[in-house]
Design a protein around this ligand. Sequence first.
Ligand SMILES: [Zn+2]
Ligand SMILES: [Zn+2]
Length: 97
Amino acid sequence: MNNKLNASERKHLARVKSLPCSVCNAPPPSSAHHINQGQQYTAVALCYDCHQGSFMGWHGQKRAWAIRKMDELDALNVTIQRLLTDGMPLEENNLPF
Ligand SMILES: [Zn+2]
Ligand SMILES: [Zn+2]
């Protein structure tokens, strides 16, 4: 873990961790999965199972990901959408603009 985060990076990671899981929608707090170590702005919000779980998780057999046909960029897309829409569930984002 990079301990030399600046204030902006810390704030970003705190927002990521306040989102639901980007794979299974488990409620927050989530953990932040780093696609590239040291790059905070591509961190993905994941629950424990989808992140570290030995069977379901990205760092395990990736079963939760395989079931949903998702990879890291698919999950990052969900994380970014939620960050830019203040964490609202995706279903509630059908605004007319
Ligand atoms: Zn999950
Ligand atoms: Zn990770």
